[in-house]
Design a protein around this ligand. Sequence first.
Ligand SMILES: CC(C)(COP(=O)(O)OP(=O)(O)OC[C@H]1O[C@@H](n2cnc3c(N)ncnc32)[C@H](O)[C@@H]1OP(=O)(O)O)[C@@H](O)C(=O)NCCC(=O)NCCS
Length: 158
Amino acid sequence: MIRLAQGKDTKEIWEAHIASIREVCSKDYSSDQVAGWSSFAYSHEHWVKTMKKDHVLVYEENDKVQGFCHSGIINDSTAEIYGFYLSPLVIGKGIGREMILSTLKYFKDLKNIKIVKLMATRTAKPFYEKAGFTVTGPEFQEPTRGIMLECIPMELEL
Ligand SMILES: CC(C)(COP(=O)(O)OP(=O)(O)OC[C@H]1O[C@@H](n2cnc3c(N)ncnc32)[C@H](O)[C@@H]1OP(=O)(O)O)[C@@H](O)C(=O)NCCC(=O)NCCS
């Protein structure tokens, strides 16, 4: 089930995020990058604040959260997908597609949002292309928790 995130989900969001980096993105990044990228402490407060401020969807299966899509508004006409990570247990089954469609519908229904941006991982670039996003510039290095991560700027016009 895809639903809005709640305070009780924070630990499982954190677990799914780490598993997704270590077991899914690891095929496209070096082990040093994966180690740095996935070395963040659990913070319940961080996610509760984020849920109040932004739009956070989770995917729940068998009473456990297996991933999230975190997005928000950056100005009057633009939204951004900040983070989208599914656990390796549930990827490749169409759940990502359902979550991105739900997120895009949320922004479209707001009427004023015209563009949705994101910085794609190498891992997710083909997924976003299938969802209608296009690459808007060359791959670049994003500083992330002490390491540099190759990302690709992409956007979709609603
Ligand atoms: C990106 C992610 C959220 C996609 O979720 P998913 O549930 O695996 O994707 P889906 O199964 O819904 O795939 C939807 C379509 O994209 C395609 N697709 C997904 N990943 C793909 C890949 N790596 N290469 C090629 N096609 C891919 C699927 O084949 C499917 O196509 P179809 O509709 O023609 O069958 C998930 O794979 C993930 O968590 N990846 C690791 C974390 C990450 O890199 N997140 C992005 C941060 S910007």
